[in-house]
Design a protein around this ligand. Sequence first.
Ligand code: ATP
Ligand code: MG
Length: 407
Amino acid sequence: MTMQYTEIMVRYGELSTKGKNRRNFIDRLATNVRQSFHDFPNLVIKAHRDRMHMHLNGEDADQVMARLRQVFGIQNFSPSIKVDRDMEEVKKVAAQIMQEKFFDGMTFKINTRRSDHRFMYDTNEINDMLGGYILEHVPGIKVKMKDPDITLRVEVRLNGIFLSYETIQGAGGLPVGTAGKGMLMLSGGIDSPVAGYLALKRGVDIEMVHFFSPPYTSEQALNKAKELTAKLTPYGGHIKFIQVPFTEIQETVKHDVPSGYLMTVQRRFMLRLTAALAQKRHGLAIFNGEALGQVASQTLESMAAINDVTTMPVLRPVVSMDKNEIIKIAQDIDTFDLSIMPFEDCCTIFAPPSPKTKPKIDKARAYEAKLDVDGLIERALAGVEITEIKIGDTFLNQEEESFAQLL
Ligand code: ATP
Ligand code: MG
């Protein structure tokens, strides 16, 4: 019988902070991990000062580890086997592990650590006992102190002795939420999900803000944005998806603003609405997927003309990346294939034939002065709907199925 893991031992990431911040970091990570594993009912998560322990209670170790690799704020983790505090048992299990892993010429060492300092043997005694037993029972194996093939880690705790021999790299970053809350302007494109991933990586708890324009945009386009949101949940837990109706604003702007400024004025409305939502919901900054020079709206002049409507920080995590660098990340985080699905976007439909690449702030303001800006904003905000999206939620497939049934 091969050895069954009983728990995963998790080492925290970039824990430069101490005291209250450290506690905050650990509590937040524990909350995120619990959310991320909401569909593993038997898993028990205990977050201590130095480590987090995830007791599997029969849950599948490989599935748990695959998901754990994505959670931000984790440096690395080790699947472990719990044994009773009986050295005879520990010896047998240690030798069995080595026997299973054995290959010709394999070297090993034992690395013991005690969190229970009153245990009857100290770390050197345990190292010697186990090392000796393994040498005797696994023919051909050798001890090597520097760079052995396998390091068997032994941890003596009050409730048992834990053995592990693998260390798996975590995602790094900071636990989502430790850097505060921000709003991500999420389109259905390639760039904004990548921007969201990068914000999450540095611990920002993002809420998605998505503008849609029925009947010009379909239910499918909305579902695509929700599905993209679901793709980002493994990094930190649940994410709120805020959909904002944008039809009236787009129709009005299209009707009343000269075509060269359509795009600038539309974007100013998007930013105003996002800033208003941030204020209401205690967000501290706005994130978007703009990259310099990609399209007409992404020149410095254009950014300045759009940014004019708010003093809230607008952060652009992908601003200086080349398109293929962004695509590479999108592929790594598995948003790319979704992003390139051809659903019409509210911006493509109302895109003017030749938007100004160097819009003027004064002109944008002057054209807007003729519109009922406050009323338009108020009505859009009144139509907002919020969905909490969890890891594993899907939105597109269901639609596809019901669509297939219609055919
Ligand atoms: P993306 O790939 O993220 O769509 P893009 O290069 O296509 O970016 P634009 O379409 O000009 O660029 O959009 C720039 C940014 O504006 C987007 O990255 C996103 O943050 C925001 N944005 C655009 N459309 C929407 C929308 N419908 N809802 C929310 N945010 C949007
Ligand atoms: Mg786009």
